[in-house]
Ligand binder design. Structure first.
Ligand code: NAD
Length: 337
């Protein structure tokens, strides 16, 4: 068993903790929270040992009848791997503590790429993180792009990628984010930061990304154009994407013609929190002209990095190769809609 802890039990952390506890070869040592809020209460109610990230605030948990197992140092010293899911930029401030506790660490995409020796996407570069002491799972958008581009590169060679990322303004609970009524080039400058981020996992790819932020919380929508080195048919692309468990082809007959439909389907079929772990690619929008492929994909920002974190745990622990780990993760979670 791989003993895993989660530092930062928020949007990503709580999903990763549940995904880790669903794996037959992993157990959750504990999770940590800074604030004694409803997420701390739900962690305790879910049966996780809850550790206080800030020793000065332990009493506040007690005052709210939220049981605390101890300080975060105890959790780290009992772990083989810690998943750092603290807010963007906070993870790096823990680096020395992780090293002092001799625990391997997985950072998230909000950290600078320099925080770990490798940035990670299980389909693209799992092997580079095997037996390493740290890895950084790239952001939700970069994960979505890397998952789709990697099999295309393997099959046909990718000359370049041009992607417009229509991004949700915030997660559903981020009520202080926006825009409320605008469509914002974000950033105005091209490329957006996603292009260099994609190159951290796929260094050879010529990529341009543009970001647009819209008043929505559901998902991101990517409009992607890939120039290939050979000219497959649309049917061949459909077949190639269809072989990838984390790429879900969405058909017109399903009636899922919006991000809201996809999320509703995920909730209707009992997905935890309505999570969509897969890239959702509309089959009818896949179009090939000569060697230029275009497609749309919807990315659930809160969920697609979750199976990646599980695979990153196995990579750092060195207990499975990429194919075996992805299959185990997908099987335990029920990936494939
Ligand atoms: P979040 O704010 O929802 O959760 C962060 C959690 O960390 C909260 O529970 C908070 O109480 C806790 N925390 C705050 N300071 C802490 C500290 N010093 N020590 C321990 N815990 C602390 O954030 P999130 O959205 O889950 O983002 C976490 C990371 O995942 C970021 O790097 C982010 O960029 C990345 N990420 C987020 C999304 C997304 O859509 N939310 C998608 C992909 C990657």
């Amino acid at each position: 068993m791989i003993d895993v802890s989660v530092n930062g039990f928020g949007t990503i952390g709580k999903r990763v903790a549940d995904a880790v506890s669903a794996q037959p070869d992993m157990s959750v040592v504990g999770v940590s929270k800074r604030s004694p809020n409803h997420e701390a209460r739900s962690a305790a109610q879910s049966g996780y040992d809850l550790y206080a990230a800030d020793p000065d605030r332990v009493a506040e948990f007690g005052e709210r009848d939220i049981p605390v197992a101890g300080a975060v140092g105890h959790m780290l010293s009992a772990s083989d791997v810690v998943v750092d899911a603290t807010p963007a930029g906070v993870g790096e401030s823990y680096r020395d503590r992780y090293e002092d506790n001799d625990v391997a660490v997985i950072y998230q995409g909000g950290e600078d790429a320099s925080v770990a020796p490798n940035s990670f996407c299980a389909r693209a570069n799992y092997g580079r993180s095997v037996d390493e002491t740290a890895a950084r799972v790239v952001s939700c958008n970069t994960t979505g792009l890397a998952r789709a581009v990697t099999p295309l590169d393997e099959a046909y060679g990718v000359a370049s990628v041009d992607a417009t990322l229509i991004r949700r303004g915030g997660d559903p609970t981020q009520t202080d984010r926006g825009p409320i009524n605008d469509i914002v080039p974000d950033p105005v400058a091209v490329p957006s930061h996603h292009a260099p981020d994609l190159r951290t996992v796929l260094p050879g790819i010529d990529v341009t990304t543009k970001g647009v932020t819209v008043p929505a919380t559901l998902m991101h929508l990517h409009s992607v154009t890939v120039t290939l080195r050979s000219a497959p048919t649309t049917e061949e692309i459909l077949e190639r994407f269809g072989e990838e468990p984390r790429l879900q082809l969405i058909t017109t007959e399903s009636g899922c013609d919006s991000c809201a439909d996809i999320q509703e389907y995920a909730r209707d079929t009992g997905r935890p929190r309505g999570d969509v772990w897969e890239n959702c690619i509309w089959a009818d929008a896949i179009h090939v002209t000569d060697n230029r492929l275009t497609f749309f994909q919807a990315i659930h920002q809160q969920a697609d990095v979750v199976p990646e974190n599980v695979d990153a745990v196995r990579a750092l622990a060195g207990t499975a190769d990429a194919t075996e780990s992805r299959a185990r993760t997908d099987d335990a979670l029920g990936v494939g809609m």
